[in-house]
Ligand binder design. Structure first.
Ligand code: ATP
Ligand code: MG
Length: 419
C-alpha cells in the first residue's frame, strides 16, 4: 500500500471544519484591518531563500526541499512566505502604485525537519506583511491584529512575547559582546550552539536544549545595548500596546531564526502545545526589500503555524451539524418520490441529504444522527399510500404527519426557525 510521505498530513473532513473556521475568521479580521490577500507560488528559485533567510540558518542549512529543474536551475519548495511576498512586491513594483501595502497570505510551507508533535515537513501558515511604514504604530497594529484574531477565534490560552533585536547601529557591538560571553562558556554548550556561537550567535539564545538554557541565563541581552533610535522605537511599541490594552511579556531571549529581522520581534506561545509552544512569530525586517534588489522600504510581518493553531481551537468547533434535514426513504418507491423534494430543498438553501441505497429505518436514523440533522423526514410504503410523511424533530423527538403537498414549504419554514 502506498502511504503519505513522512511528516505530511491529510486533513480529514472533521478537521477540515476546524481549518475552515481558522481561515474564515482570519480573512474576516485581516480585511477589517485593511489587509489584502496575495497568492504566491509554492516554488521559487533557491537563491531567493538563500539570500533572504540567510546561509547559517536551520532552514537554509538543512531544511529546504531543493531540486534541479529540467534545465538545471535550482528550485526550492518555499519554507516560508515572506521571501516570496517581498519578491512579488519588488517584481511588480508595488511601491510605485501605493506608498503602503498591507498583505496577507495562506498556504503550505515545506521544511525537512524531524517529524514530531507540532512539527511537520509540509505544514501551513497564515501570514501578513506590511511595507512602507517605519512608524512604531504599525508594529503595534500587527501585534494587536494577531492578538485580536486569536481572541476572536477563541484560542484558550496564549501569551505574546516581545523583544527588540536592535539595528545595524547597535547590534554589531552587542554581538561582539555576546560572542565573547559564548566563547567563555563554549565547552558547556550543545554541539549545535558551539558552532552557532561563531556563525549566528543570536540563535544560541533561543536554543531549546536544557544545558544551554541553564548557562545562558547570564548572557548579555540586546535590550541593554539598544541605541537611542531603537530604544525610542521599542518604548513607543510598548506604550502603544498598553494604550490598546494588548497584554504582552518582555522576553529578552526571543530572537528570530531568520537573518533579516531587526528591531521589534515577537511571538505567540501557548502552554497547551507541549515542547513546540510557538504558534506564531514575526518581526520587523527593514532591510529585506533592499537586500533582495528593491528600494529601501521598511517591512514588518508575522506567520502563524496553522497546525498548532488547529490543535488549540479544535474543541471550539461544532463538528456535529453537517445537514439540516435527512430524508429517510424506505424502499425504491419512496426514494424515487423524494428525489425532487431533496433537490428542491437544496435549491432553497437547506442542507439536505438522503441515503440512495435505502437500508433499514434503524440504520438510516443513525446516519441522520451522525449528520447532525435537525429534522428527519421518514417515508415508507404506508406513508406513500396516504400521500404523507412523518417529520421528526431530532432534538425534541416530536413527530408530525405532513401531507406530501405541504411538505417542502413547511420544512423550509421549520429550518428558518432553527437559524
Ligand atoms: P520553531 O522554533 O518552532 O522551529 P521557527 O522559528 O522555525 O519555529 P517560523 O519560521 O517563525 O518558525 O514559523 C512561524 C510558525 O510556523 C512557528 O511559530 C510554528 O507555529 C510554525 N512552524 C514552523 N515550522 C513548523 C513545522 N515544521 N511544522 C509545523 N509548524 C511549523
Ligand atoms: Mg524551525
Amino acid at each position: 500500500m502506498i502511504k503519505a510521505i513522512k511528516g505530511v498530513k491529510d486533513i480529514l473532513p472533521d478537521d477540515a471544519l476546524v481549518w475552515q473556521k481558522i481561515e474564515s475568521v482570519a480573512r474576516d479580521v485581516f480585511y477589517r484591518y485593511g489587509y489584502q490577500e496575495i497568492r504566491i507560488p509554492i516554488f521559487e528559485q533557491t537563491e531567493l531563500f538563500a539570500r533572504s533567510i540567510g546561509a547559517d540558518t536551520d532552514i537554509v542549512g538543512k531544511e529546504m526541499y531543493t531540486f534541479p529543474d529540467r534545465d538545471g536551475t535550482s528550485l526550492t519548495l518555499r519554507p516560508e512566505g515572506t521571501a516570496s511576498v517581498v519578491r512579488a512586491y519588488i517584481e511588480h513594483s508595488l511601491h510605485q502604485h501605493a506608498r503602503m501595502w498591507k498583505l496577507f497570505y495562506f498556504g503550505p510551507m515545506f521544511r525537512h525537519e524531524r517529524p514530531q508533535a507540532g512539527r511537520l515537513r509540509q505544514f501551513h501558515q497564515a501570514g501578513v506583511e506590511v511595507f512602507g511604514y517605519s512608524e512604531p504604530h504599525v508594529d503595534v497594529e500587527v501585534i494587536a491584529l494577531l492578538h485580536r484574531y486569536f481572541t476572536q477565534l477563541g484560542v484558550p490560552t496564549f501569551r505574546t512575547n516581545v523583544n527588540s533585536l536592535g539595528d545595524e547601529a547597535c547590534r554589531p557591538s552587542y554581538l561582539k559582546e555576546l560572542k565573547k560571553f559564548l566563547e567563555k562558556i563554549a565547552n558547556l554548550l550543545c554541539e549545535n550552539c558551539a558552532r552557532r556561537a561563531q556563525t549566528n550567535p543570536l540563535r544560541v539564545l533561543d536554543c531549546k536544549v536544557e544545558k544551554c538554557k541553564a548557562v545562558l541565563t547570564d548572557a548579555p541581552i540586546m535590550l541593554d545595548h539598544l541605541c537611542e533610535h531603537c530604544l525610542f522605537h521599542f518604548d513607543a511599541v510598548k506604550a502603544g500596546l498598553e494604550q490598546l490594552e494588548i497584554p504582552y511579556s518582555l522576553n529578552s531571549r526571543l530572537v528570530r531564526g531568520l537573518d533579516y529581522y531587526n528591531r521589534t520581534a515577537f511571538e505567540v506561545v501557548s502552554t497547551n502545545l507541549g515542547a513546540q509552544d510557538a504558534v506564531a512569530a514575526g518581526g520587523r525586517y527593514d532591510g529585506l526589500v533592499k537586500a533582495l534588489g528593491g528600494p529601501m522600504i521598511p517591512g514588518i510581518g508575522f506567520a502563524i503555524g496553522l497546525e498548532r493553531l488547529a490543535l488549540l481551537v479544535r474543541e471550539t468547533v461544532n463538528h456535529t451539524s453537517k445537514v439540516d434535514i435527512f430524508i429517510v426513504a424506505l424502499g425504491e418507491n419512496a426514494i424515487k418520490e423524494m428525489l425532487p423534494v431533496l433537490d428542491w430543498l437544496r435549491t432553497q438553501g437547506v442542507a439536505t441529504d438522503m441515503d440512495y441505497a435505502g437500508g433499514s429505518l434503524k440504520s438510516q436514523m443513525k446516519q441522520a444522527d451522525r449528520a447532525g440533522a435537525r429534522l428527519t423526514v421518514i417515508v415508507g410504503d404506508d406513508e406513500l399510500k396516504k400521500r404523507s410523511v412523518v417529520v421528526r424533530d431530532m432534538q425534541t423527538k416530536e413527530q408530525q404527519d405532513l401531507g406530501l403537498l405541504d411538505l417542502a414549504a413547511t420544512l423550509i419554514k421549520r429550518c428558518a426557525e432553527f437559524r
